[in-house]
Design a protein around this ligand. Structure first.
Ligand code: 13P
Length: 283
């Protein structure tokens, strides 16, 4: 069934597990994430960035995710990841997305608050929850290169004030992870996470989780991270599946055949992530 992220994340926060949020780029990836969620009885969030929406339109991705949700007997959320403007956030809301992120983290503190509030005014009127971001998660997010930016961690007192003044439903924080492929082994700053958790009582969101060692992810979840985002590793898994098929059958030309290999790889990856973040059996 299609649900909003509100109750899912509150339940995760209360019971110390996280809901996986997986970026889907095509129908096959939607099917793979659906299969993994049903196999493990996990609640799940399927999300798309504005860059993905540009490729085929929000209506197209929403239709895919809604079809998966209607078929599923686990809760499925359709989430906008890194909404980059008021217009994009409201467009996704009108199309039917059941959870919206507005990312004003590149703006000043006051501008971020005002953009986030404007999106919340629209979404909350339709009972759709909003994720906001404070502090800069580094790396390449949705094709935008942030690697040159020195990432300030989220400042705990600012986080408290931000949540109070915006009324956002969940908060993405910068604690040392980055989007894309890591050059070395990332190191989460658990001290910053602990301080934020002490002063902020809404669900927290971990971005840039592809490539973060499992023990660090598990510790983040035990410290109150309730939504964990994976994108890059799903793209890699899907492409590896397609490549494996083409290597075995260089003359192959049926998209269903190589798509099935892609589905298999993504499903295996997502099932493993669900085990790490503790969502199995929580649906
Ligand atoms: P990765 O691509 O590093 O997994 O990041 C995913 C993410 O945070 C999407 O918002």
């Amino acid at each position: 069934m299609l649900v909003t992220s509100k109750e899912l994340l509150l339940d995760a926060q209360k019971n110390k597990y996280a809901v996986g949020a997986f970026n889907v780029e095509n129908m096959e990836m939607v099917l793979a994430v659906l299969n993994a969620a049903e196999e493990t009885r996990s609640p799940v969030i399927m999300q798309t960035t504005p860059g993905t929406l540009k490729f085929a339109g929000a209506d197209f991705y929403f239709a895919n995710i809604r079809a998966a949700a209607e078929r599923a007997d686990v809760p499925v959320v359709c989430h906008l990841d890194h909404g980059n403007s008021f217009e994009t956030a409201v467009l996704a809301f009108h199309v039917g997305y059941t959870s919206i992120m507005i990312d004003g983290s590149k703006l000043s503190f006051e501008e971020n608050i005002s953009l986030t509030r404007s999106v919340i005014d629209v979404c909350h009127a339709g009972n759709v929850p909003v994720e906001a971001e404070l502090g800069r998660v580094g790396g390449k997010e949705d094709g935008l290169d942030n690697t040159a930016v020195i990432n300030p961690f989220t400042e705990p007192d600012e986080a408290r004030e931000f949540v109070e003044r915006t009324g956002c439903d969940s908060l993405a924080v910068a604690i040392g992870t980055a989007h894309g492929i890591y050059k070395g082994v990332p190191q989460v700053n658990f001290e910053v996470l602990g301080k934020i958790r002490e002063v902020v009582d809404i669900p927290l969101v971990l971005h840039g989780t592809s490539g973060v060692p499992d023990d660090q992810v598990i510790k983040c979840v035990s410290m109150g991270m309730s939504k964990v985002n994976y994108a890059t590793d799903l793209r890699i898994a899907y492409t590896n599946g397609v490549k494996r098929y083409m290597n075995e059958k260089p003359d192959g030309f049926d998209p269903k055949k190589y798509g099935a290999f892609g589905i298999e790889e993504v499903q295996r990856y997502v099932t493993g992530r669900m085990q790490v973040i503790g969502s199995c059996g929580k649906a």
